[in-house]
Design a binder for this molecule. Structure first.
Ligand code: EPZ
Length: 427
C-alpha cells in the first residue's frame, strides 16, 4: 500500500551510482548451489528479487551471512532441499533458475510456475528442451514443475527461440553433466556472460558466452569463489533516459559503457548528448527531443526492458515516433497511464505510434510491472505538478534505493506509507 509522490518539472542534475545487475544476481545466486562450498557474492543490488532469491537458498538449507549491504557469503555445502517453497517461487520470474541449478547438483528439482512481470505468455519450453536433451524428465502438475535426471549427459541443443532464461538454465544444467554440451542460438545479454564468468570462477568450463554458441565441458566438482556482479545495464539506462527526458545533466557512475551502446545510440538520435568515460556516462539534453524509430530485439539490439522508458521520453518529441516491441506480447500496458497524462499514443498489436505532445500533465498513476513502473516515474518527473504512483512494489523489485538516488539528483520524490487504520477511519 505504499506509493511515490512526485513533484515533477525539475531537470535532474548531479551524479548517480549504479547498483549490481538484477538479472545477473538472480542467476548467480541459484548458481551458488553448484559450488557446494562458500561463495562471497559482491555488488548484489538491495532489491526485493535478491531478497527472495536469498530466502529460497536459505529455505533449501544454505547458510547465508550478510557481510555488508551489498555482499553476502553463501555456503551451500550442507544444503539438501530440492523443492523451492511455492510462496517464494511465485514472487519472481527467475525462480526457474533453481530448476537448472538443483537438477545439476541433486538430480532433481521442484519449483512452482514462476511469477514476475505480466508481459504476456512466458513459456519455458526451451528451458525444458535443454533439460530433456541432457537426459532429464520433466512434468508439470497443478502448477508445479518437476525435473529429474540422475546422470545428465552432454548434448547438442539448438534453441528455437533466443531466450535469456533458457540459455542460463542450459548452462546451469550442463556444467556438471558428463561430456560436452553445445548450446546454439543462445542469448548474448551481459548477464549471460556474467553468469558464465561466475561459473568458470567456481571451476566450470564454459566457453563462448556472449556469442550464439556456448560450449560447456562438464566438470566433476565445482568450488566456491569471490565474485562481483556487473553493473545493471537497465538501471543505468533508466537514469540515462531520466536525465535526457527532464532536460538534465547527469553523470551515471559504475557502468560498463559498452553494455549501454544500444541505449546510447537511440538517445543520441533523439537529441541527447552522451559522453562515454571509462566506467561512467554523462547524459544531458538542451535541445528538442527528436522523434525516432525503435525496434526491441535480443542483445545487442535495443533492449525490451528499456522500451517503456524510451516511449515516455518520445511522448514529448517534436514529431511522430514508432516503437515496435519484438520480444513480449503485452508490453504496452503503461500506455493507458500515459494517456491520462495527455500523451497521444496509438497501439496496434506490437507497434505503438507516438505523436509527440508539448508536455505531460501530472496524474494519479499505477505501475503495472517493473519497467512500466520505472517509466511512469520518469513521466512524473517530466510533468509539471504532483503525480502519485501506486503499486510501487513492482518498481522496488528492480531498483535499489530509487528515492534516495533521485533525490540526490534534485528530484522531489517521496515514498509514502499508507496507514491502513487511518484509511479505514477515513472511509
Ligand atoms: C529475461 O526474461 C529478463 N528477466 C527480462 O527482464 C527481459 O525482458 C527478457 O529476458 C528479455 O530480455 C530476467 O533475466 C530474470 P526470455 P526471460 O526467455 O529470460 C520466448 C525485467 O524487466 N520464450 O529471453 O524470461 C518468450 O515468450 C525483466 O527485468 C519462449 O518462447 O525472457 C519471449 O518472447 C522482464 N520459450 C522471448 O522468448 C521459452 O522457453 C524472450 O524471453 C522461453 C522464452
Amino acid at each position: 500500500m505504499e506509493k511515490f509522490v512526485i513533484n515533477g518539472g525539475v531537470p535532474l542534475k548531479g551524479e548517480v551510482e549504479i547498483s549490481g545487475a538484477k538479472n545477473a544476481a538472480v542467476a548467480i545466486l541459484p548458481a551458488t548451489i553448484l559450488a557446494a562450498g562458500k561463495c562471497v557474492v559482491e555488488n548484489l543490488p538491495a532489491i526485493s528479487d535478491v531478497d527472495v532469491s536469498l530466502h529460497i537458498l536459505q529455505a533449501l538449507g544454505a547458510q547465508i551471512r550478510l557481510l555488508n549491504r551489498n555482499t553476502y557469503e553463501i555456503d551451500t555445502t550442507f544444503m539438501t532441499g530440492t523443492e523451492v517453497p511455492d510462496d517464494l517461487s511465485r514472487q519472481m520470474r527467475a525462480s526457474y533458475y533453481f530448476l537448472g541449478a538443483l537438477l545439476s547438483r541433486f538430480g532433481r528439482a521442484q519449483v512452482a510456475m514462476p511469477g514476475g512481470c505480466n508481459l504476456g505468455p512466458r513459456p519455458i519450453d526451451q528451458h525444458l528442451k535443454a533439460f530433456s536433451a541432457l537426459g532429464a524428465a520433466d512434468s508439470v502438475d497443478y502448477g508445479m514443475i518437476s525435473v529429474r535426471g540422475k546422470e545428465l549427459t552432454g548434448a547438442h541443443v539448438f534453441f528455437d527461440k533466443v531466450s535469456v532464461g533458457a540459455t542460463i538454465n542450459g548452462m546451469l544444467s550442463a556444467v556438471m553433466a558428463q561430456g560436452q554440451t553445445v548450446l546454439e542460438n543462445c542469448a548474448k545479454e551481459p548477464h549471460v556472460v556474467d553468469l558464465a564468468n561466475f561459473l568458470n570462477m567456481c571451476g566450470a568450463d564454459v566457453r563462448g558466452a556472449g556469442t550464439d554458441v556456448i560450449k560447456v565441458r562438464g566438470v566433476q566438482r565445482m568450488h566456491g569463489c569471490t565474485y562481483s556482479i556487473i553493473p545493471d545495464q537497465i538501471e543505468a539506462g533508466s537514469y540515462m533516459v531520466a536525465a535526457a527526458a527532464t532536460g538534465g545533466d547527469v553523470l551515471i557512475k559504475n557502468v560498463i559503457p559498452k553494455h549501454l551502446e544500444p541505449i546510447t545510440a537511440k538517445l543520441v538520435m533523439a537529441g541527447a548528448e552522451v559522453q562515454e568515460l571509462d566506467d561512467a556516462v554523462r547524459v544531458s539534453r538542451t535541445g528538442e527531443i527528436r522523434p525516432i524509430k525503435i525496434n526491441t530485439m535480443p542483445h545487442p539490439g535495443f533492449p525490451t526492458d528499456m522500451q517503456p522508458l524510451m516511449s515516455v521520453m518520445l511522448s514529448v518529441a517534436d514529431g511522430t515516433s514508432t516503437v515496435t516491441e519484438g520480444i513480449w506480447d503485452n508490453r504496452f500496458r503503461y500506455v493507458d497511464e500515459l494517456t491520462k497524462m495527455g500523451a497521444n499514443i496509438q497501439v496496434d498489436g506490437q507497434v505503438a505510434v507516438i505523436e509527440g505532445v508539448p508536455e505531460l500533465m501530472p496524474a494519479p498513476l499505477r505501475a503495472s510491472d517493473l519497467r512500466a513502473g520505472a517509466a511512469l516515474v520518469v513521466a512524473a518527473l517530466m510533468a509539471n505538478g504532483t503525480s502519485e504512483i501506486d503499486e510501487i512494489s513492482h518498481i522496488e523489485r528492480g531498483y535499489e534505493r530509487i528515492v534516495e538516488k533521485l533525490e540526490a539528483l534534485g528530484a522531489d520524490i517521496r515514498r509514502v506509507e499508507r496507514n491502513p487504520a487511518a484509511l479505514s477511519q477515513a472511509l
